[in-house]
Design a protein around this ligand. Structure first.
Ligand SMILES: NC(=O)c1ccc[n+]([C@@H]2O[C@H](COP(=O)([O-])OP(=O)(O)OC[C@H]3O[C@@H](n4cnc5c(N)ncnc54)[C@H](OP(=O)(O)O)[C@@H]3O)[C@@H](O)[C@H]2O)c1
Length: 310
């Protein structure tokens, strides 16, 4: 497993982070047994993954708490998130954090994030809630403060475009980026200047793992005028990735493309399938795609913002 300095946090983290939400929720969405989900977490830890992302809303914190008991709390960097929707206040934030600490079986969180912030909610959360995050950090309950965007809807990063230039208060940012939507590149330039740590989500979801979903996303980009149809063969739009590199699959190429994007630290990968977990670990530890291929992908998708890859 390769490791990397996690921006200003100075933590040393694995380049792959185990994502415990997403479509699979480490198997829970496919009704796998608790033992199977715990085994996915264990397998990741055994392979050297030392970074794990979850949230109170995923209902996976309890599994992680169990798997953590075996490895030792200080060996793993935990990122979890608080859901601010519904009734929310500094007091509710404190209660929610206590719930996460209990389920995760720990007395501190490494990275505590505001989960999926809507651009319209950002200013109010910064003014009314962020000070309590800072108090919690001073009290030692959390080590670093993070924010995650709502990339499913906010595909051109409006929340981060609004917040980051103004407020240098986030140690860690989670953003969406993949071959089909590379629009976070200018945000990554800013976070590099500020040494902000980046967790990347959406490297692979349905469009990069299921051929019919890929065609749908490509068609959307063409319909929106964000992709030139002459640049791709619609029968096998990303088939050239396998011809012009040593990539073993589109998924393999998609993870490697994200891992080597300047400014990216941890690429999150979630699955309920042990074979996918193993192959994703291998992909994220392979070398970069050839420069000419990266350039080609940058050029073809340079205007694409209308899809998130789901
Ligand atoms: N706003 C937010 O804060 C937010 C939003 C979304 C995600 N997240 C976090 O980011 C993490 C990553 O999320 P993500 O959106 O990138 O999705 P993800 O959780 O990494 O899910 C990847 C999807 O692709 C499939 N897959 C994985 N490896 C595969 C392979 N080798 N071959 C074929 N299919 C494969 C998985 O299905 P299988 O189970 O079948 O492998 C899964 O459905 C999440 O787990 C969560 O922790 C945060």
């Amino acid at each position: 497993m390769d490791y990397i300095r996690f921006g200003r946090t100075e933590l040393n983290v694995s380049v792959m982070g185990l994502g415990c939400g997403g479509p699979s929720r480490i198997g829970m969405s496919a009704d796998k047994s608790e033992a199977e989900s715990v085994n996915i977490v264990r397998h990741a830890f055994d392979a050297g993954v030392n970074f794990i992302d979850t949230s109170e809303v995923y209902k996976t914190e309890g599994f992680i708490g169990k798997a953590l008991q075996e490895v030792g709390r200080d060996k793993i960097v935990i990122s979890t998130k608080v859901n601010y929707r519904g009734e929310f206040s500094p007091a509710v934030l404190r209660e929610r954090l206590e719930g996460s600490l209990k389920r995760l079986n720990t007395d501190y969180i490494d990275i505590y994030n505001l989960h999926g912030v809507d651009p319209d909610d950002y200013a109010q959360l910064r003014d009314e809630i962020l000070p309590t995050f800072q108090d919690l950090r001073d009290e030692g309950k959390i080590r670093f403060i993070g924010v995650t965007e709502m990339f499913g809807e906010d595909t051109n990063h409006d929340m981060l475009r609004q917040s980051l230039p103004e407020d240098d208060v986030w140690d860690v940012v989670m953003l969406g980026f993949n071959i089909l939507n590379q629009s976070a590149r200018d945000i990554l330039r800013l976070t590099q200047e500020r040494d902000v740590a980046i967790q990347l989500m959406y490297a692979v979801r349905r469009a990069l793992s299921q051929p019919d979903k890929l065609i749908e996303s490509i068609q959307t980009l063409i319909d929106e005028g964000q992709l030139n149809p002459d640049d791709l063969n619609m029968e096998d739009p990303l088939g050239f990735l396998l011809k012009e590199s040593d990539a073993t699959s589109i998924v393999d190429a998609a993870y490697r493309f994200c891992r080597y994007e300047p400014g990216v630290h941890v690429v999150l990968s979630g699955t309920g399938n042990p074979e996918h977990l193993q192959s994703n670990i291998e992909s994220l530890n392979r070398g970069p795609l050839p420069d000419a291929l990266i350039e080609k992908l940058r050029r073809i998708f340079q205007h694409a913002t209308a899809v998130n890859g789901n």
